[in-house]
Design a protein around this ligand. Structure first.
Ligand code: SF4
Length: 505
């Protein structure tokens, strides 16, 4: 879809208008000028009178003309950047209304294209705004529907029930540990994940680097009396290394991390069932790790084959049962809506199979075509459901989880996600993952160790966020882990320099 936009010369408008166009059309091009052979054009008129802005838009398509207007106020005492945001939102309102009318598609998240909508509601509630007023403001500011505002409220209520001190966690940190190996690479994957076979040399060096990072960062935290709230082992598949290697890694965690016995939650993603063995489960138990993920994604064998997961459906079921028998009492399972060749029939089968296992939490993703994945590069080869069918599957997931006692406790959105829907984490109340809540709501610093681990530093006082990423491939990591550890310590020094005094929260 080629779209000509006139009346907006500032290039800063291009990206937000492109992101909104992507909500409606699979492939769209937005041009801030009149182009030959466009599919339709939108002409904007902006009139600003001190603090009041009036935006009108006319969409022309094959002789058809649609009109929309929006009026907003701009706080002129704010920095220029914030004032531009208000103008951009007003333009987005008009644009969204025009595209909704043109296509007949209603965007339930309104003009929001960001990843973490719940953060907006958290912010308002923390500022003391009453929930019903906050929902109204979200509808006015972003055109969010009452249905989505309600979903966000339900999620926030669950988060605060699970972690009552969520807003005070900034003085602690969480740790993410990235293990970049998997048995094979899945077709939709963009994580740092390297097939482990034949790479033992690389695995050994990688683990050497990781132990160094754990010791150095652990020491720094101990010296400053900074506690660890949660630890999350992800990747890759952290259970693709041997039981012995896992044992040494967890021993390092207990030796190097401050008060490791008091860490509230330790999760190990055992995502690929083909990596789970009784021996590895023994190691997890030995180190008191009870929260794991065993990810079916789908219970249809042909789908698993099509997406490059070389394990059987039966193996998922067997390994889940084995984990249960061996004492794992908090198991998460990931499902994906819209995998190639799947519709409501296949997804209903997947839900029926889930019912036989009843994991404590269930994360329902909607397939997203990430730029670097094999699936996106060869998109023609993968037949996926259309928007309506994806929406129906999402509804099936919502109803099924409700009927089976699960509640949504976090959500995030992605670009290029089928049907512009969201990924939702459900859990049986009381079994929520604290780490998932912290990372989604950006409530505290998460220090990333290991390959491809992204650190997110949240300033305890100002709440500003700094990102920092470790190298993605094992070779670069092995060459430079000491440097990356030191860089993280430098950032931590700046953030927590007055840590002995309680941070003003
Ligand atoms: S198991 Fe997960 S990390 Fe590994 S290749 Fe598949 S999607 Fe990627």
């Amino acid at each position: 879809m080629r779209i000509s936009i006139t009346g907006l010369s500032d290039e800063q408008f291009k990206r937000p208008l492109q992101l909104i166009a992507n909500l409606f059309f699979e492939e769209s091009e937005v041009h801030l000028n009149r182009i030959e052979e466009d599919d339709f054009s939108v002409t904007f008129t902006l009139e600003q009178n001190v603090a009041e802005i009036n935006v009108s838009g006319i969409l022309e398509n094959d002789g058809r003309q649609l009109n929309a207007v929006h009026q907003a106020t701009v706080d002129t005492s704010l920095p220029e950047k914030e004032q531009f945001k208000a103008v951009k939102n007003a333009v987005s309102h008009v644009y969204l209304k025009l595209l909704q009318e043109l296509t007949g598609i209603k965007q339930k998240w309104g003009i929001l294209t960001g990843v973490r909508p719940t953060k907006l509601l958290h912010r308002k509630l923390r500022a003391g705004v009453k929930p019903e007023i906050a929902h109204k403001e979200l509808a006015e500011e972003y055109l969010i529907t009452p249905e989505k505002a309600q979903l966000m409220q339900q999620i926030i209520d669950r988060q605060l029930a699970a972690v009552p001190d969520l807003y005070e966690l900034k003085k602690e940190v969480s740790i993410y540990i990235g293990i970049p190996f998997c048995p094979t690479k899945c077709a939709y994957c963009t994580f740092p994940a390297y097939a482990i076979n034949g790479r033992q040399g690389s695995v050994n060096s990688f683990l050497g680097g990781l132990h160094h990072e754990m010791r150095t960062i652990g020491q720094w935290l101990k010296e400053r009396g900074i506690k660890i709230t949660t630890v999350y082992y992800g990747g890759g598949t952290p259970t693709s290394i041997t039981a012995e290697e896992m044992d040494m890694l967890y021993e390092e965690m207990y030796t190097s991390f401050p008060d490791a016995n008091q860490i509230r939650e330790i999760t190990v993603e055992a995502g690929r069932p083909d990596t789970i063995t009784a021996e590895k489960l023994e190691v997890l138990k030995k180190w008191n790790i009870h929260r794991i993920s065993v990810n079916p994604q789908s219970y249809i064998q042909e789908t698993l084959k099509a997406i490059g997961r070389h394990h059987t459906v039966q193996e998922t079921i067997d390994k889940f049962k084995l984990s249960r028998e061996m004492g794992m009492d908090n198991i998460n399972m990931d499902l994906i809506i819209g995998l190639p060749g799947e519709g409501t029939k296949e997804f209903t089968h997947t839900l029926n199979e889930t019912e036989k296992l009843m994991p404590e939490s269930l994360t329902v993703h909607t397939l997203s075509f990430k730029r670097a994945s094999e699936m996106t590069k060869n998109r023609d080869r993968y037949k996926v459901a259309d928007r309506n069918e994806v929406e129906k599957m999402m509804e099936l997931a919502e109803n099924w989880t409700r009927q089976h006692g699960y509640e949504p406790y976090y959500l995030y959105r992605q670009k290029n996600i089928l049907g512009n829907l969201e990924n939702v984490g459900y859990s049986i109340p009381g079994q929520e993952s604290i780490y998932n809540i912290i990372i989604m709501e950006e409530m505290q610093t998460i220090i990333g160790l290991g390959c491809g681990a992204a650190s997110k530093f949240v300033d305890p006082a100002k709440e500003a966020i700094t990102h920092f990423a470790n190298p993605k491939d094992p070779k670069s990591y092995n060459d430079s882990f000491a440097h990356y550890t030191n860089e993280k310590i430098k950032i931590l020094e700046q953030l927590f320099e007055n840590k002995n005094e309680p941070a003003s929260l």
